[in-house]
Design a protein around this ligand. Structure first.
Ligand code: ARG
Length: 260
């Protein structure tokens, strides 16, 4: 009798789980920390991730929270330099890198990317009285612009390849985007190339700066995950996919980026 009850209960559980349409994490042994979804980020990138009263908040933090909830895991966020995130994921210290990270072919060699959840645009910030009036100005022979970027971001990579390596200017790398913007304000660099949303946040906080209308590049943001943990990848990506499909991700983005 007991056996029948146990079997019935097991069946009921399976049916209940099937009804939710979500595969729960059966064992947490394949996450970096038992019972937790560990997210690696660089919390200096508003509105995707930033510090508010000592807590890491923002679009990526909320998306990770929703993924963790779906998988029955507790979210842990580890803050680090942007260029340490991929190493943390590769080394199995973090389950997912969520950091407004652009999908690139080079990064694909090191990590697997989840579904794309947002679009980013590389823009150029200048001082209001700047002689630089369009992205094209950076590519003019003899322009010799000094460009501030956050180290190892796509802004850094593009400007290094397109401008510095071509002998058209110099790239100054900072640990944080805000530091690059500060360097622009104090005249140490001529412009900053960075993602549009943090650019808006930085420019609105500092007087005398503006964002050029022309775009440098349009790109996709996705989560970075370990290549050798397909079980983890599949559960996290399926959870993210369903949060995209049911509109949760858009709701989170709209909360932080009000429509203009
Ligand atoms: N989208 C750019 C990249 O992937 C910049 C991301 C910076 N993110 C951050 N949390 N600081 O290179």
């Amino acid at each position: 009798m007991k056996k029948i009850i146990a079997a019935a209960m097991a069946l009921a559980m399976v049916l209940a789980l099937a009804a939710c349409g979500q595969k729960p994490v059966e064992s947490d042994s394949f996450t970096a920390n038992p019972g937790k979804l560990t997210m690696a980020t660089n919390a200096a990138f508003p509105p995707y991730e930033y510090l508010e009263g000592g807590e890491i908040v923002g679009i990526d933090a909320e998306i990770a929270g929703a993924i963790a909830e779906k998988l029955g895991l507790e979210l842990q966020i580890d803050d680090m330099e942007f260029d340490s995130i991929i190493e943390a994921v590769k080394g199995g210290k973090a389950d997912i890198g969520l950091a407004g990270m652009t999908v690139t072919d080079e990064r694909k060699e090191a990590v697997d990317f989840t579904a794309t959840y947002a679009t980013g645009v590389q823009v150029v910030i200048v001082t209001e009285d700047s002689a630089i009036t369009s992205v094209d100005d950076l590519f003019v022979e003899g322009a010799n612009t000094t460009i501030g970027v956050q180290r190892n971001t796509t802004g850094d990579l593009y400007c290094t390849w397109d401008i510095q390596d071509e002998g058209l200017g110099t790239v100054e790398r900072y640990s944080k985007g805000a530091d690059a913007v500060q360097a622009l304000k104090t005249g140490k660099v001529d412009c900053v190339v960075i993602d549009n949303e943090p650019a808006k946040a930085f420019v609105s906080a500092i007087e005398g700066l503006k964002i050029l209308d022309t775009e440098y590049a349009i790109e996709d943001y996705a989560g970075a995950m370990n290549k050798n943990n397909p079980e983890l990848y599949d559960s996290v990506n399926a959870a993210l996919q369903s949060l995209i499909t049911d509109g949760t991700v858009q709701k989170i983005i709209d909360k932080y980026i009000p429509a203009e």
